[in-house]
Ligand binder design. Sequence first.
Ligand SMILES: [Zn+2]
Length: 99
Amino acid sequence: MEQCPSCGASNKGEKTCRRCKLDLGPLMAVEENARIHIQQAFDAFERQDSSEMLFHARRAFSLKKSKTAARLLAVAAVLNKDYDLAVSLWVRILSRDPA
Ligand SMILES: [Zn+2]
């Protein structure tokens, strides 16, 4: 977590914000879980397991609405022929931050 979501202070991996003392541990755990699901989605893609890729991409995007997670979910949606989801994500990606 590069920035405290409460006060905006920069953070270099500390579990407590240096300025407002917010406990960042739970939020960092969510980010880490999102990162793990992104990696698992890429691994599933390499195995050509599109349904597993979609599962992990959905989990990653639900945990953290990053552009990487949105793009990964859009690709997984296409591979699973869920074109409505893919288009809606792509529109969000092109228009602004996917969050
Ligand atoms: Zn703070």
